[in-house]
Design a protein around this ligand. Sequence first.
Ligand SMILES: Cc1ncc(COP(=O)(O)O)c(C=O)c1O
Length: 396
Amino acid sequence: MTKYNFDEIVDRKGTNALKVDALQERYGDANLIPLWVADMDFKVAQEITDAIIERARHGVFGYTCPSQEYYNAIINWVDRHHSWTIKQEWISFVPGIVKGIAFVIDAFTTSEDKVIIQPPVYHPFRIIPTLHHRAIVNNCLKLEAGRYNMDLDGLKTIITSECKVLILCNPHNPGGRVWTREELIDIAEICYDNKVLVISDEIHADLTFEKQGHKHIPFASVSEKAAQNSITFMAPSKTFNIAGLVSSFAVIPNQELREKFFAYLEKSELSEGHIFALLGAQVAYEKGDEWLAQAKDYIWDNITFVDEYLKKNIPQIKAMLPDASFLVWLDCKDLNLPQAELQNLFIKDAKLALNTGTMFGVGGEGYMRMNVAIRRQVIEQALENLKNAVNKLLGI
Ligand SMILES: Cc1ncc(COP(=O)(O)O)c(C=O)c1O
């Protein structure tokens, strides 16, 4: 069994990595420790790199179609990891999930319609519909005993006939929640009965911490109402750290929705994946199991390290332990700082680039989001910087 080395130093500077090379532009300081954009600093599974190099050596990069192996790899992966049996004809490549969301908004709604989101949530859920001139309706998550829950009663009261789409983050970013079957069944029921189409964004699904007792449940698998009234987006990009290959896909069991959405994609040739996207996704799903298992163990150890360090050294900041993925939602409310000053504390004093809580919308005030898919040593340094900055603030 290959033992992957997640402690290996990988210098991303100068590779046009958004996370590193955009620091100056986004944060005004190129030398911050980058713990923001949701990709990993780990090298991908060697099998993916090998397959891409071998294909590149062929030397001809003409128009490419998805192979039978590509579809089989997706179908087998979703079945093996998420116990959801999907059919080939339900699947279409999409050039990114955020773009996929934009396509659904464009294809299924008009500017008279409204889109429901559950903040604090991944900011493009708000930004993309807004840029398409669709009004946003917030069904805010409820913070209960340090965890987020969906406000299902609230959802029933805010839905009007103008609400045409609900964007579900399953699992949730930034809170890290994996939703229960009961919660998903309830969402399906409410949305189906009110003719609100559900977009289920499942990009973080494969990063669910099963060893810690969590299990991702694909939305469309929970009931017939869910299956017949949803468009699911999945991707190997977060799972295997191949976001730059852009290899997402949509899964749509309902024929009518599928025909409408696939026709939308086809009219602008949006469903045509490029050569390395298709190959990267296929090889990742075929050969990436062991790499993913080890990556998740490493990430979980980083999460518990952050949690324990904060409890011991910076009790004013509390980590929300995620059920899935590598994003830790830090509750900094006890520092009593307005958001701009909180951000300044992280950037100017601690020399850290995190995502500021308010970018995730209502409920994000007083929070910062930390990406821990990085070498342990960097996490240790980041936390020490943060401790010193907080101590200075508190005059300790
Ligand atoms: C919930 C969620 N959806 C989508 C994306 C981005 O997906 P894509 O790069 O395929 O547009 C992210 C990236 O952080 C995310 O967290």
